[in-house]
Design a protein around this ligand. Structure first.
Ligand code: 6PG
Length: 256
């Protein structure tokens, strides 16, 4: 497999979500044939949540052996457990509460009412990741990592021109004064995200067009964080036609 970036353009956000759903179902079944378990990293973007809901609605949902799938989060909002704005709560509602998956496979970031402060919570999440390390460094093997992108180029909770995006050593950072509410968050760092075998980035809508153009043109990741994310095996940008309007034609594979 080559370590390449691909851009797959779909007619609209429904087609985009359907394509990611089909790919997730086939890829996870294939990976589970070859591995005892797989690790999937989720986030809070709207497309990824649509994908989780579509996996839940798919007749192929139960072809995945969910007992051997572990879920992690690329970022989480620092809110009380069960808050409707938490990324884990949204993922539970869309999919995780509906499948046969052991509770210990769902590795939520700590919640703000759990008795830890934000820094201790980030450290606790890093420790849980390290506990599941597969021998290489202090992270599990992330098989599939979903990333959304903000119109400013942020991904997970790594925002432009901030110190968190420069972090090289830690796997997890505490984020304060986030420009996107809520102000406090927990995020995987760039090296942690880039340890993923496959990164699946989703972008939908005209407000994401300029940032996608910048990322593919090689913008600095300090200014456009998504530009610095690259999976070890493959990085696929699943985009809709509106988001693709500023991407050079030679970089595009159209699915319609
Ligand atoms: O907690 C969050 O806010 C998300 O994890 C965030 O990083 C998100 O993925 C992007 O902001 C894109 O979100 P949309 O795809 O909904 O625009």
């Amino acid at each position: 497999m080559t370590n390449e970036r691909r851009v797959l353009v779909h007619a609209d956000s429904d087609a985009l979500a359907a394509s990611m759903t089909a790919r997730f179902l086939t890829k996870s079944v294939d990976l589970l044939d070859e591995n005892d378990r797989i690790n999937v990293v989720l986030e809070g973007g709207r497309v990824a949540l649509k994908v989780l809901a579509a996996i839940n609605a798919s007749p192929a949902r139960d072809s995945v052996d969910w007992e051997r799938v572990h879920f992690w989060w690329g970022d989480e909002r620092w809110l009380p457990a069960g808050d409707p704005e938490r990324n884990d709560r949204k993922a539970r509602e869309a999919l995780l509460d509906h499948i046969e998956i052991p509770g210990e496979n769902i590795h939520s970031c700590p919640a703000s009412d759990g008795g830890l402060d934000l820094d201790a919570a980030a450290a606790a999440y890093a420790a849980e990741l390290a506990e599941h390390a597969d021998g290489e460094g202090n992270l599990p093997r992330f098989d599939i990592t979903f990333l959304g992108v903000g119109p400013d180029g942020h991904t997970a909770s790594l925002f432009p021109d901030r110190k968190e995006v420069l972090e090289r050593d830690a796997t997890v950072v505490a984020v304060r004064n986030s420009p996107k509410p809520p102000a406090e968050r927990i995020s995987l760092t760039r090296p942690a995200i880039n340890s993923s075998h496959r990164i699946w980035v989703s972008l939908s809508g005209a407000d994401k067009a300029s940032v996608l153009g910048l990322a593919l043109a090689g913008a600095a990741y300090t200014e456009v964080p998504i530009a610095g994310m690259k999976g070890r095996k493959r990085t696929v940008f699943f985009v809709d036609a509106d988001a693709a309007s500023e991407v050079p034609e030679n970089l595009i594979a159209r699915s319609y």
